[in-house]
Design a protein. Sequence first.
Length: 318
Amino acid sequence: MYNIDSIVLSVVSSNIKRYIPSIEEFIDSEDYLGLPHRSPQPINLFPMQRIALKAFYRGSEGNENLKLSDEEMKLCRDLELDDEDNGDFIEKYESGNLFTEMVLVWGRRSGKDFCVAIIALYEALKLLESPNGDPHALYGLGGGAPFNILTIANSSSQAQVLFNEIKDKVMPSKYFQSKMSNESITSDSMHLLTPADMKRNMEMQAKGLPQTMGSVIIKSGHSNSDSLAGIGCYCLLLDEIGLYKQTAGASGGDAIYRTLTPATATYVRKKKEIDKYGNEIERSIYDGKIICISSPRAKEGIFYELFSGSRSVPHRIT
């Protein structure tokens, strides 16, 4: 990590070049997380971890040419992921739809926290790589609005485990090191500086005014916390949602899901395209994400509802 002054000088002295890598490049390349190159112990994804991430992001910006390999498709069929009782993974993948929601039923020791950490950081990168380095302009939001990437665990101790997983991935990354100041990381949150933040910090510094730690925030919370209400979410990651209290109270899974998910619909951008008749059209693209991962539980509650109802939701993959 660097101090804010050095980060600002490095950004304003260079042109802002925008690039969104594919999810595979983000995981594997030493320019980003470089997990297979970690020393002394390389980190390799389980096959289904890689398949789930590739399927979720395929077709999205940076992932236009990303496809599951023949071997990966065979594994999906061997695991009967074309069976309605096991979700509609293959059918959804082959539909061509872009996804904003993913529901994964994974057992113990399957690397749920690991995948949540990767998704949180990849979504942060996409904000940092907004046109002109300014996600506020991209989504038509005021400059003071934070972009929250919120992870929610079942307890405070599990929330800390999850946040440590994120820190473990981000600290060695050359890409993210240049986006953090010495004050960026607290016990439960991480602030990342966009190029626009850095430019504003230089202006604020010249006026002797306080500087921002970054408008992209990865924050870890838990389902029993009273601090979740009212938080706007660019990306919401619900870890072990099947274990949240099955009650009507504020910490119940249903209440948390229905309270926090509407905010993800705020993040809509316009993209100009040419239709089949040669006319220029403008399409709305919803970039907010909702990820629900949990161990198998009883056939009740919001997690089961999301899983069983996925077939009627084109933008959700299970």
